[in-house]
Design a binder for this molecule. Structure first.
Ligand SMILES: Nc1ncnc2c1ncn2[C@@H]1O[C@H](COP(=O)(O)OP(=O)(O)OP(=O)(O)O)[C@@H](O)[C@H]1O
Length: 579
């Protein structure tokens, strides 16, 4: 585990942990020596010349003093190691996250990452703070005690040594008993946490559908709580025999030394004062071992936190080209592209060309792969076969920062961070001046939103942009993209119907953003489709039809049917609006 800990914090940050381990080891050995010194002290006290105890008392005091120094040093380095650990772990997680392909960031992954950066890091920080000391002490102090016992009486020392393998075996057996039950309990806790969040999120749906009251929608939660209760009970049931056996075997180890010592004393080959002193020592030998019994579960929690962080740190980063090439222009091209998610094919033999400065509309049924096509351009993922090119260069051969600097993305799931609207727009180009940010805010019609906010430009929009409506968030996202001023724009039009005021504002903002760019739009509005230079109809991961609006309507194929269908739907929704 210590090796894994050092690997996770990184070689450059391993020093404080190693230093703390050294201080702990010295402390544990000194503690063992201090225990062992009780033998000559007690022997002298019970012997014929009690005054001969003084030199031993001074030695004992000296060793105790050194032990205090080592203890203090291990505490200090432990705190330092804890602080360094959390800082370096957060840095390492952050650095790794920054290199992962964007496609990695699925919503459930983001949730796991949150847990990792908080709970798992805390669990790992607990290793130097609470775990290493009892762990190191439980091994080294008894080992020192037994080694020194050989100095006083080799026969009792041998008896103590022989108990060690039995103690280790029973400890392993006892830990093995609870491991599975413990893992099931940890998993059940995680499921219950998820169910509680789901239950809270479900409230609007449950209430809208008339299912209010304490029992509505709680079945999943009830099941999860029941499983949690059952797994906790199983941990107790399976763990108790192990814990009792371990306590018994530790006690038995002491009894073995006691019986052997009594036998030797009766035999006359060991004096009683020495026996008493060695028995006191034997008690100190078993004490740290008995304490390890309660560490099992904490140890497993820390180990699984280390496993989770290691797994994240080992996620393959987005491959970077050794010899990056610079794109020549801003046209986009797919040649025979195939792509699958975890082995499920989504795109197959897709070829398309988007000339620089033209507009391409992607249409097709839900799940046909439109979003996937758009996400392959900024390398959310890399293709399985074929090539995606920007400016005539394979995107995998372009430096990722250069590639991203040429692309603006306006997707539907706009995320705003806790900050002002200006902060959120500035993400598009952090070096922009206030005047530039305000100018794009005006162009994207964000200014109008600001006027109604309580603190105007200084209003914080809340995590995720909670203070703004969907259309308003999209306007902020468009403003970001205008500020970035990238030559290629990837746009997913809103499917949810916006209110007329927002829709007009969004359209005006988009016309500023998209003018003169290479534009790929996943189109949902009929006007957008009709205005495109070319339309691609995607079906089951293939380009089924390709042409201009007039060409495709004249061909009377799937697009023509799609167009007629959408027109009818539009008439329905328009009729609906007026009714
Ligand atoms: N991150 C992902 N992991 C696994 N499968 C995915 C992922 N994203 C999309 N898919 C699957 O790939 C297929 C194509 O999805 P995609 O989002 O590209 O389609 P789409 O045409 O944009 O759909 P829509 O119009 O509904 O947004 C779907 O079957 C979808 O379930």
């Amino acid at each position: 585990m210590i090796r894994q800990l050092l690997k996770v914090v990184g070689p450059e940050h391993g020093r404080p942990v190693r230093r703390m381990l050294a201080a702990l080891a010295v402390g544990a050995v000194l503690q063992g020596i201090a225990f062992a010194l009780l033998v000559p002290v007690l022997q002298a006290l019970f012997g014929s010349d009690p005054d001969s105890v003084w030199p031993w008392i001074w030695v004992l005091l000296g060793v105790s003093f050194l032990y205090c120094v080592a203890y203090y040093d291990s505490l200090r380095t432990g705190f330092q190691a804890g602080a360094t650990l959390s800082r370096s772990l957060h840095h390492r997680i952050g650095d790794q996250v920054a290199t992962l392909p964007l496609g990695w960031f699925a919503p459930e992954r983001v949730g796991q990452l949150g847990q990792l950066a908080t709970k798992s890091v805390m669990d790992i920080m607990g290793v130097p703070a609470h775990l290493l000391r009892p762990l190191v002490t439980s091994y080294l102090t008894p080992a020192t005690v037994v080694a020194l016992m050989y100095v006083f009486d080799w026969r009792l020392a041998l008896a103590a040594t022989l108990t060690v393998p039995v103690i280790v075996l029973v400890y392993r057996w006892s830990a093995g008993l609870t491991r599975k039950a413990d893992e099931a309990r940890t998993a059940a806790h995680a499921v219950t946490g998820g169910r509680v969040v789901e239950f809270a999120q479900l409230q609007p749906v449950l209430r809208v559908f008339g299912r209010s009251g304490p029992s509505a929608g709680t079945r999943g939660l009830d099941d999860a709580l029941h499983t949690q209760y059952e797994t906790s009970r199983r941990v107790l049931v399976t763990g108790v025999p192990g814990l009792i056996s371990f306590a018994l075997v530790v006690q038995a180890a002491f009894s073995v030394i006691l019986v052997s010592g009594t036998y030797l004393a009766l035999d006359g080959s060991l004096d009683v004062a020495k026996l008493l002193a060695i028995l006191v020592l034997a008690a100190r030998f078993t004490e740290p071992i008995a304490e390890t019994a309660v560490l099992g579960s904490t140890l497993r929690t820390a180990r699984s936190a280390l496993d989770r962080v290691s797994a994240l740190l080992e996620e393959p980063a987005l491959p970077r080209p050794d010899d990056p090439r610079v794109p020549d222009g801003n046209g986009v091209e797919f040649e025979n592209v195939a792509f699958s998610y975890d082995g499920t094919p989504v795109l197959c033999g897709v070829s398309l060309t988007m000339s620089e400065g033209t507009m391409t509309a992607l249409v097709g049924p839900s799940g046909s792969g439109k979003t996937t096509v758009s996400k392959l351009i900024p390398r959310f993922w890399d293709v399985d076969a074929g090539v995606v090119r920007v400016g005539g260069v394979d995107v995998r051969d372009i430096d990722p920062e250069v590639l991203m600097s040429r692309i603006s993305v306006v997707f539907q799931d706009v995320y705003l961070f806790e900050g002002t609207i200006l902060d959120n727009i500035r993400v598009g180009r952090p070096t922009a001046s206030d005047a530039e940010v305000r100018e794009v805010a005006r162009l994207a019609r964000v200014e109008e939103i600001v006027h109604r906010l309580p603190d105007g430009w200084d209003t914080k929009v809340g995590e995720g942009g909670a203070l703004l409506s969907g259309g308003e968030r999209q306007r902020v996202s468009i403003a970001r993209a205008i500020l970035k001023d990238a030559p290629i724009v990837l746009l997913d039009e809103a499917t949810a119907s916006l209110d007329p005021e927002n829709e007009q504002a969004v359209q005006e903002a988009l016309s500023v953003l998209t003018a003169g760019r290479t534009l790929l739009v996943i189109a949902h509005r009929l006007q957008t489709v009709a205005a495109a230079d070319q339309i691609l109809l995607l079906d089951e991961g293939k380009i089924a039809e390709h042409g201009t609006h007039d060409q495709l309507v004249a061909a009377d194929g799937r697009y023509a049917a799609f167009w007629t269908e959408r027109n009818r739907a539009k008439r329905w929704s328009l009729a609906g609006r007026h009714s």
